[in-house]
Design a protein around this ligand. Structure first.
Ligand code: AMP
Length: 394
């Protein structure tokens, strides 16, 4: 493997990893350690022949899990480690080489991402302990959206909340929006204006002009914007006070319901999984039908709103588990945007699934294009890691 970078996405009880070669044709070794700290912690991965393997790691913490990951790399040694870090606040407008000062800055942002940044830092600490000689880079989910202008990132709240407490819109999924919009530029043969829809368990849209994010649907936290698997997305900001006053709910209850019990799951009363929802809708399940309808309408509404940020609309890009695999969702979203002059090619849309990249519109001149572009967040994190280290080595 050619100069591989180990990409780490560390949560509080899980570590996702991928060993990514500089040669895009090389296979990736990738996997997931789940249930860290519990008796049924386990590592599940894919080896270089594409075969799946599993190992139990009873009681393993982050350091033991990383040791097991290293063991599973078939003797390949990474030249660097790239960490996905969720929140970089206003400080990080791009990837950063990790040192004590960068760790302190990520810690200082933890109030904005209390579930994610501390977990990401556990991964950084464990990796630094295990591989002190390896350069480590933090790649932030928020960094790509630091190019938003104030009219897009400010809430209409008293200025002091922004100035003293950093309350503003940050946006997330930056690595994915950056990855697919850059690919769309390459495929179109020129840098242009793209609306990107990352539709997975988490969902967000972005407006990208010549490689710069100008607006996005997520805000201070990854709860704002679209309907997601279990997250509500936008609700009336008055909802919180209403639930406290009328139902005597606590903040924790509100947080739990909006983050974990809403979205597709809450609307359908069935599941957060789009595949299951589509099957249930086909059998006439009213909740599943409604969930898909609200989901698609809200995506279209968000894309229409974000189109205001672009000087020119070259096309819409669908990505993420749902965006890459659900012709039905793409068709419905496009159906809600008749005034955009889009022309969907039905048969091509239907066959562009399972990781296929493709242009799914009828290619009518002067009409915005429709693309399905599989996202590659790990590849992008590895590229940014390599690029940053290349610059600092010069
Ligand atoms: P992600 O978070 O990007 O892995 O995306 C997860 C979502 O993609 C889940 O809602 C899955 O149900 C959905 N998904 C994956 N494959 C399909 C498919 N073939 N059709 C519809 N949705 C799918």
């Amino acid at each position: 493997m050619n100069d591989p970078v180990l990409v780490i996405n560390c949560g509080s009880s899980s570590i996702k990893y991928a060993l990514v070669s500089a040669d895009p044709d090389q296979p990736r070794l990738a996997g997931l350690v789940e249930r860290l700290g519990s008796s049924d912690a386990r590592l599940a991965g894919i080896d270089s022949r594409g075969e799946r393997f599993q190992r139990t790691l009873a009681g393993a913490g982050h350091v033991q899990a990383l040791e097991a990951i290293l063991d599973s790399l078939e003797g390949h040694r990474p030249v660097a480690v790239g960490h996905r870090v969720v929140h970089g606040g206003e400080r990080f407008t791009r990837a950063a080489r990790i040192d004590d000062e960068v760790v302190a800055a990520i810690e200082a942002t933890a109030a904005l991402a209390p579930l994610h940044n501390p977990a990401n830092l556990e991964g950084v600490a464990a990796t630094r302990q295990l591989f002190p000689e390896l350069p480590q880079v933090a790649v932030f989910d928020t960094a790509f959206h630091q190019s938003l202008p104030p009219r897009a990132y400010r809430y209409a709240l008293p200025e002091a909340l922004y100035r003293d407490h950093g309350i503003r819109r940050y946006g997330f999924h930056g690595t994915s929006h950056a990855c697919v919009s850059a690919r769309a530029d390459t495929l179109a043969g020129r840098r242009g204006g793209w609306l990107t829809a990352h539709l997975g368990n988490g969902c967000s849209t972005a407006a990208v002009w010549e490689g710069r994010s100008l607006d996005t649907s997520m805000g201070l936290t990854p709860l704002e914007g679209l309907v997601m698997g279990t997250r509500s997305g936008d609700v009336d900001p008055g909802l919180h006070a209403h639930l406290v006053r009328q139902l005597d709910w606590s903040l924790e209850e509100i947080d739990r319901v909006l983050n974990r019990e809403s979205g597709l799951l809450g609307l359908s009363g069935l599941t957060n999984d789009m595949r299951e929802l589509e099957a249930a809708a086909d059998e006439g399940h009213a909740g599943a039908r409604l969930a898909i309808e609200v989901f698609c309408y809200r995506i279209a509404k968000s894309l229409a709103a974000l189109s205001c940020a672009l000087p020119r609309l070259d096309g819409i890009v669908f990505t993420g588990g749902i965006g890459e695999n659900s012709p039905r969702v793409r068709e419905r979203v496009v159906g809600h945007l008749p005034h955009f002059g889009l022309g969907l090619d039905g048969p091509v849309n239907a066959e562009t699934v399972r990781g296929r990249e493709g242009r799914i519109d009828t290619r009518t001149p002067d009409c915005p294009a429709l693309w399905v572009i599989p996202t590659d967040e790990e590849g992008r994190i590895a590229d940014e890691t390599r690029q940053l280290l290349g610059e600092t080595a010069r």
